[in-house]
Design a binder for this molecule. Structure first.
Ligand code: GLY
Length: 313
């Protein structure tokens, strides 16, 4: 069983070429946010909070920071609207909650947690999820709470590019300069419990009603105390088709790999089967932190076994 007495925490804020992080000031802005959020998570865990509470707290803070593609600052769909997906999972008993295509909710991850704890379901979507939010007393925010000038500009560019892409039929080039934004937080508490949370605005210029991997249990999010906690960021369709979170967990469960080996095997599988684009963060049952990616970079950070907070691209 897992080793007791220490905690681990990991967060991510998207993967891709990250061409928007070219200058030092922007890079520092991202890394400071990641470190700051890790320290908040540390406080939750040191005060005796559960892995679930730490993952939810960190995911909520990432949603509140407009530089990340989740909550406020979410990317815009083909109609210039924000539609968000989120899921949370508790490794103690595999309980899980998810929401998809929700609008005007500041913290979809908190709504996902309500779905897990206050409903008999695992996933609610769209208008039904928003009515459930009303029932839970979660306020709806106005559209302008979510919009940032960057996202409006990004949609303009994506629309332009979409035309070009159709003309040239070259998706490879597009994948290199796109940031596949999502946020995620995973934790192991001192009792050895694991939890995972993932939240996103999805992909720029996506079709209305498109749902990505983030709210799909086993794809963008997974946690099982017997194996590991996983959060993915990337091109959702690739992660849905490979069920990357569950695949990594299964490598541990069925092939006896440790967390690092299972993460590497999962990334290999993602590349081999679908040429998947993105990355994952993983904490195994012992509290070891690992990450893997197929893109050039991933914004992420970790506290391994109660150690110092580290943030990296
Ligand atoms: N991974 C985020 C998405 O594809 O929606």
């Amino acid at each position: 069983m897992g080793q007791k007495g220490h905690y681990s925490l990991m967060v991510h804020g998207g993967a891709g070429a990250l061409d928007n992080v070219k200058d030092q000031k922007t890079a520092v802005r991202y890394l400071e946010s990641i470190r700051h959020i890790l320290e908040h998570g540390r406080e939750v865990l040191e005060l005796g909070g559960s892995a679930l509470q730490a993952a939810e707290t960190c995911a909520s803070l990432l949603e509140d920071d407009p530089v990340f593609n989740a909550g406020c600052g979410s990317v815009l769909n083909e109609y210039g609207k924000v539609e968000m997906d989120a899921a949370i999972m508790d490794g103690r008993d595999l309980s899980a909650g998810a929401v998809a295509a929700v609008q005007n909710i500041a913290n979809p991850i908190q709504l996902a947690r309500y779905v897990m704890t206050e409903s008999e379901h695992v996933m609610l979507i769209s208008e039904g999820a928003m009515r459930f939010a009303d029932h839970c007393g979660i306020a709806r925010e106005p559209d302008n709470y979510f919009y940032t000038p960057d996202r409006v500009e990004q949609l303009k560019q994506a629309r332009l590019k979409h035309k070009i892409m159709l003309d040239h039929d070259d998706t490879e080039e597009d994948s290199e300069d796109q940031k596949y934004g999502t946020i995620g937080a995973i934790a192991r508490d001192e009792a050895g419990n694991l939890a995972a949370a993932t939240s996103t605005g999805g992909i720029v210029n996506k079709r209305m009603g498109r749902v990505g991997d983030s709210p799909i249990i086993g794809a963008g999010v997974y946690a099982d105390n017997e194996t590991c906690a996983v959060s993915a960021t990337g091109y959702g369709e690739d992660f849905m088709r490979t069920l990357i979170g569950k695949t990594i967990s299964d490598y541990m469960l069925m092939m006896n790999l440790d967390g690092r080996q299972a993460t590497a095997a999962g990334i290999e599988y993602l590349k081999r089967k679908v040429k998947g684009r993105g990355g994952v963060i993983v904490i195994d049952r012992e509290g070891n932190c690992s990450s893997g990616l197929t893109t050039k970079k991933m914004i992420h950070g970790w506290i391994e076994k109660s150690g110092e907070a580290i943030a990296r691209f």
